[in-house]
Design a protein around this ligand. Structure first.
Ligand code: 5RP
Length: 228
């Protein structure tokens, strides 16, 4: 219903549709991200497939795979063919294109697809653009068996840590893992922090995406656009 569409939704739709129109080429295999912004890019891909485009998509989550099936977008398994471009949202981005992702819990598959894609394009509204990462709590995906050990180790950083829950139960990722949301506040060196966290046994991945993004497309709620 158009009456319930917010300015933020309009900006998400605008940036999602423009990314697909600018970067997706007929006949290719593409990576499709997860979240309320990426959802609009998936919608646009669905429209292209309905028009007769020949596309295959590697989804970054069960939720995105479900949306692809509903729209008739043919799916490809990760690793089965080269990914031309991947399009995904983010929770925070700097103008240097370092990101925090994983607010939706899909960080591991999102990073797998971003690493594999020839071009990784990020779509955000302007409220996601920050001078420094870290106001958004950094999601860290952890094997449940190792959770107490990893948690104790992370507590030495002295930042607030939340074991993510959903509907009163421990949240599990599509990979069956836990998420610890770590509120670092300000992250001065995202690459170094990512390497330190990933060196902890039991940590599967972090939501820090450093040096992976070719282009960030931004839409403002006032109708403005930006890219870097
Ligand atoms: C999911 C993600 C999302 O891309 C991120 O959370 C942004 O989502 P949204 O577009 O809904 O704000 O990383 O794991």
């Amino acid at each position: 219903v158009s009456g319930s569409v917010t300015l933020e939704d309009r900006a998400k739709r605008e940036v999602g549709y423009s990314a697909v129109d600018a970067y997706v080429r007929d006949g290719t295999c593409i990576g499709l991200g997860t979240g309320t912004t990426a959802k609009f890019a998936v919608d646009r891909v669905g429209e292209l497939v309905a028009k007769g485009w020949s596309l295959r998509a590697v989804p970054t989550s069960v939720a995105t795979a479900t949306q692809c099936r509903m729209l008739g977008i043919p799916l490809a398994n990760f690793g089965s063919e080269a990914i031309d471009v991947a399009i995904d949202g983010a929770d925070e981005t700097t103008r240097g294109r370092d990101l925090i992702k994983g607010g939706g819990g899909a960080l591991f598959r999102e990073k797998a697809v971003a690493l594999a894609a020839a071009t990784f394009v990020v779509i955000v509204t302007d409220r996601k653009v920050v001078a420094k990462l870290g106001a958004f709590a950094l999601p860290v995906e952890v094997v449940p068996y190792s959770l107490p050990v990893v948690l104790r180790e992370l507590q030495t950083y002295g930042v607030p840590i939340t074991h993510r829950n959903r509907d009163g139960a421990a949240y599990l990722t599509d990979n069956g893992n836990a998420i610890l949301d770590c509120a670092f506040g300000t992250i001065d060196d995202p690459g170094a922090l990512d390497a330190r966290l990933q060196a902890l046994h039991g940590v599967v991945d972090t939501g820090l995406f450093v040096g992976l993004t070719a282009r960030v497309l931004v839409a403002g709620e006032d109708g403005s656009t930006d890219a870097f």
